[in-house]
Ligand binder design. Sequence first.
Ligand code: SF4
Ligand code: SF4
Length: 92
Amino acid sequence: MALQIVHACVNCCACVEVCPNEAIYADTPHFLIDEAKCTECLGEYADPQCAAICPIECAIVNELGDPLNPPGSLTGIPLEKLIELGLYKAAA
Ligand code: SF4
Ligand code: SF4
């Protein structure tokens, strides 16, 4: 099991230091997670530490592609409002 960092990442570096397994590294165009090292923090923390500190929604996803911090989860903006403003496209 491993999480992934995807295109929404803004390369802020916040997640690098909190990873207990040194699984996160800088790359282009954005940081990445070494899937061989990522344990999803199981056995060490109650929650994945990278997602807990990441300030950007949808930057870190699980194996199913589901974001750990989904749209509106950090800003408090309702999903309907994000869609109305054109800031988020619902899956078809
Ligand atoms: S889930 Fe935990 S082990 Fe995996 S990259 Fe994030 S902080 Fe590191
Ligand atoms: S904390 Fe989030 S936005 Fe910052 S580098 Fe890590 S994944 Fe990217």
